[in-house]
Design a protein. Sequence first.
Lengths: 238, 238
Amino acid sequence: MNIILLKPEEIDGNDSVVLSDQRFNHIKTIHQSVAGDSVRIGKLNGKIGTGTITFIDEHGVTMDVCFDQTPPKKLPLTVILALPRPKMIRRIFRSISELGVSELIVINSYKVEKSFWNSPILEDEKIEEYLIAGLQQAKDTIMPTVSFKRLFKPFVEDELPGIIANTQALIAHPNTGDPCPANLNQSVTLAIGPEGGFTDYEVNKFFEAGFKSIHLGSRILRVENALTALTSRLFSPY
Amino acid sequence: MNIILLKPEEIDGNDSVVLSDQRFNHIKTIHQSVAGDSVRIGKLNGKIGTGTITFIDEHGVTMDVCFDQTPPKKLPLTVILALPRPKMIRRIFRSISELGVSELIVINSYKVEKSFWNSPILEDEKIEEYLIAGLQQAKDTIMPTVSFKRLFKPFVEDELPGIIANTQALIAHPNTGDPCPANLNQSVTLAIGPEGGFTDYEVNKFFEAGFKSIHLGSRILRVENALTALTSRLFSPY
């Protein structure tokens, strides 16, 4: 947690905030902060800045807050991701916001087990929690846009052409296409399949929509490593 | 598990192997293989090839094995990593072998809690298990070299100069140095700090030894994402 994220409604009219949840625990036990200390904070979907502790005891912390810096820029990147297995969701969603992905579209795919769509881990509150964890790691405040598309064919046929307009549309698919390029200077739409990969039918639908395939070499990476590896290559550090 | 790894001593003189552990479970329940089917296999520290199932029931599987292909090349990369917190060890060691790192040297650092060194997760058997999991994901067979250095100063002063000879020596340190380069064509020694980073004293010891600092931009990534992001940028897909 490299910044403490605050929701706008948590900040009162005097630019003061009272915390007693796990963010307080972090300030109290990890930072071991005392009154007068300052901590890095951010306003969700707003600026980052400084919180000055005016009071802290074993129950909570009160801070005066000031937001004066812009958060890191987002990557010009939309990720289209086959729904991962539930136990991977937390890590992957946290990485999405940590890496600075602007938009995530989670889609169905033949190799996605139907039961995954009913996982309680996909509740809005959980997803928000994981995304905020990634933002707090990366000192970012801006939530990525996240949507879910349970029907593959209508998505790729009807929605995908609009999504990829004015972007470089790439599908990560082992053993095909070109090596993943480095340091692109344009917006990218990047499709990543499920464990076991997209089917040939699905890959062809992406090709029909205008995608080109790229690969990361002869090693097959787990989805969460592929996401980080691809993102890190596609854009230079910023 | 994209290949099933076998230890040489598991293969009998007739090039046959019997499995009844989690590798058998994988063949039985994930692949749902039957007699006559073939599975991708590898010999630990040897070649990859094909196993042909001659018998399978609810207790185990028997395969005829043949090894005829070379595994993916390793990256010319030595990673020097501050000991991660125990709950991250599994994922990070799995990624080390999955990504193709040749050598891992785990070191102490001021911000590494002393208790981490006593974690039961650092037992040889556990470490081997995590490394093998990464190899099986990446269809690799060659175990990376792993060593542990509990004394920072003797390591950086006495051992490091020999380790980095004829390599590009880079230390990942946020907000300093150059952006992480892409697609290098030489061997690299890459140092990655603990959560919270190396101290100034430690960074200076690396500088004295000949390291240059690189960064991944304004976002602070978790160690496991930094490892994947750095590795993916430094070498082109191979």
